[in-house]
Structures are given as C-alpha cells and as structure tokens.
Ligand binder design. Structure first.
Ligand SMILES: [Zn+2]
Ligand SMILES: [Zn+2]
Length: 346
C-alpha cells in the first residue's frame, strides 16, 4: 500500500488542507502512477462545494491527472515503469454492458466509477488527483504522447476530451460553422480543437475582453453576448453550438442562432434546471443535446490528435497551497485558461 500526500476538503465551505490517503495494493491489472500535475476543473469546485449532491468528506478532487508509471501489477500489458500517462474523469466501469463494449465507458449502464467522490469495486471511496499517487486499472489509463509536456497534458484529460468528443460526434469539420459559448478551460480547448478539425469557429463570450485570445486560438470571430445585436446578427448561422458554461444561460436566445438541423450541445453542467421553449426547436428542426466526457479509446485518440496538431491548453501552474485562491479565481472567470497544480509542491 502506498500512502499518498494529498490536499483534501472537509466540507462545502472548508478550505483545502494537507492530508494523507491510502492507495490500494496493486491488483493484477493495476498501475501505480506518480502524479506530476493535476488540472483544476470546474467540476472539482461544484463537487467540493456539494453543489451536485451530497459528498462524503473528506474529499480529494482532481480528474485531470498527468504523471509517470511507478509500478505495475503482474498482469499489466499496456504500460511499463517510466511511461508518461494520464487519467481522466473515470477509473473503472462494468466492462460488460452494451455501452462499455462499444468503448463508451462514460455511459456505462451500471454507472462508471468517477475518479473522485465515487466508490470503487472494493467498496472504498475514490480520491482524485490532488495527490502524489493514484492506483488505476490499466484499461482506464491513457498514454501521453512525448511531444505534450505533462503540465499541459493534464487539462486534456477532462477539458480536452469533453470538447473533442461532441465536436467529433456532431461532425465539426470543413464547411461547418461552430460556435463555442464561454471562453474558459473547456471553451478555449473547444476553439483549438474545432479549428484543428478545420471547422469555422466563432466564440460567444460575455464581453470582448478575450477576443485577441480567441483569434490566436483559431477562431475567426468573437462576439460579446451582453450585446443584444450579437443575437440578431448571428440568427440562424451555426451548425453546432458547444455550450461550455456551467451557469444558467438564456438557451432560447442561443438556440435561435442555429441553422436548419443545427444542434446545441451542453458540456458545462449548471446545477439548476434550464428552460427550453419548444418553439425554439421545432421551427428549424433543431436539437438540444448533451455530452459527457468521452470513452477511453476516444480519449487516447484525442491525445494523439492534439499531439499531431500541436494543440495544448494555455495553463497557469500553481502550488498546492494556492488551490483555494485558484477556486475563487475560476469562479470569477479570472483564469487563462486552466490552473494546473504542480504536485511536487505537495
Ligand atoms: Zn472535469
Ligand atoms: Zn458498463
């Protein structure tokens, strides 16, 4: 058993504190990973604050994990000690259901096992990547291509796959007009990936303050959503809208920007229900959809795609003592564009 150093919270309003957690002995297919970097995802904040339902504290969040293999179980075939690897939002699933068989483990009919705030098959609570080590079964570990630095690789494991999967599913590519709502951690990755897929990308952000960045990341346009003229100007324009905002927005206004058969996909997850007027959909056979991360095979495909197209998130590396401050800044949209914890400071 490995005792990992970690940062944990004890309740919805509590600050992070130093903690020690036990990582299980390696089962035959388990991999022990020495974590080098962990990204801070908005989901970590929702979960730590108890906004997505009851949480068993203490909680160690973190599902954007990048590190190096430190040990392997006796029957591991995919990885060796020293390999550069990542772990995303889930660490296991049933493996047998229809969706798992298709490689869509995130939609496991028995429920995937989340990297933190879940219960593993041994009945133990799962604890995430704000820690020095983690043990994961090899089927839920992905390989990080050599050309992607580990700190920049971390956010790809959630922000990268969460945007890559719907862009791929809804055929973002040449001739497609894609809008990205929100220019945060998810949004900036959506822009980079959709641009690399050769779609025409437009950013819809509250203000024009991030316009230069949008254009640098590959968008052709950036509009302020607080300006009502934006919605008149772009009515019926887009084939696909990726909504990355995890706060309520006026969905009907955004649906009006879709062309015939266009789709608005939610990847952000506000805790509150959202109101959709059916007339926003039926007039132009529009779809209102959602998408959850991506399967393991697709996550590997996304990492390879990012390496091939030289794409990485824009990050700000922080120490373990700065997590509380980073959470405040994420909530204030004051991050360009993802915080990544340097685990060596733990
Ligand atoms: Zn996430
Ligand atoms: Zn399953």
């Amino acid at each position: 058993m490995v005792i990992a150093k970690a940062r944990a919270v004890d309740g919805p309003d509590k600050p992070f504190r130093a903690a020690e957690i036990q990582r299980r002995d390696l089962d035959s297919h388990d991999v022990l990973i020495e974590i080098h970097y962990a990204g801070i995802c908005h989901s970590d904040i929702h979960t730590a604050h108890g906004e997505w339902g009851p949480v068993n504290y203490p909680l160690v969040p973190g599902h954007e994990i990048a590190g190096v293999v430190a040990a392997v179980g006796p029957e591991v075939t995919k990885y060796q000690i020293g390999d550069r690897v990542g772990v995303g939002c889930m660490v296991d699933s049933c493996g047998a259901c229809e969706n798992c068989q298709k490689g869509e483990e995130q939609y496991c009919l028995k429920g995937n096992i989340p990297t933190y705030a879940g219960v593993d098959k041994y009945g133990e609570p799962t604890q995430g990547g704000y820690s020095t080590h983690i043990v994961v079964t090899e089927g839920f570990v992905v390989r990080i291509p050599d050309s992607i630095p580990l700190d920049a690789a971390a956010p790809l494991l959630c922000a990268g796959i969460t945007t890559y999967s719907p862009l791929k599913h809804w055929n973002a590519g040449p001739g497609k007009k894609v809008a990205v709502v929100g220019m945060g951690g998810l949004g900036h990755m959506a822009v980079k990936i959709a641009h690399a897929m050769e779609a025409e990308v437009t950013v819809l952000s509250q203000s024009l303050s991030k316009k230069e960045d949008s254009l640098e990341f590959g968008a052709v346009n950036h509009y302020a959503t607080k300006d009502p003229a934006t919605f008149q100007q772009l009515a019926g324009y887009f084939d696909l809208i990726i909504n990355t905002v995890s706060a309520p927005i006026d969905l009907n206004a955004y649906l009006s920007l879709l062309t015939l058969d266009g789709t608005l996909v939610n990847v952000g997850a506000p805790p509150e229900p959202l109101a959709v007027n059916v007339f926003s959909l039926i007039g132009h056979r529009r779809s209102f959809a959602g998408s959850l991360i991506g399967g393991i095979r697709e996550t590997q495909e996304m990492l390879n795609f990012c390496a091939e197209h030289n794409i990485a998130p824009k990050i700000e590396v922080i120490s373990a003592d700065e997590i509380d401050e980073a959470y405040k800044r994420v909530l204030a949209s004051d991050v360009k564009y993802r915080f990544v914890i340097d685990i060596s400071t733990m």
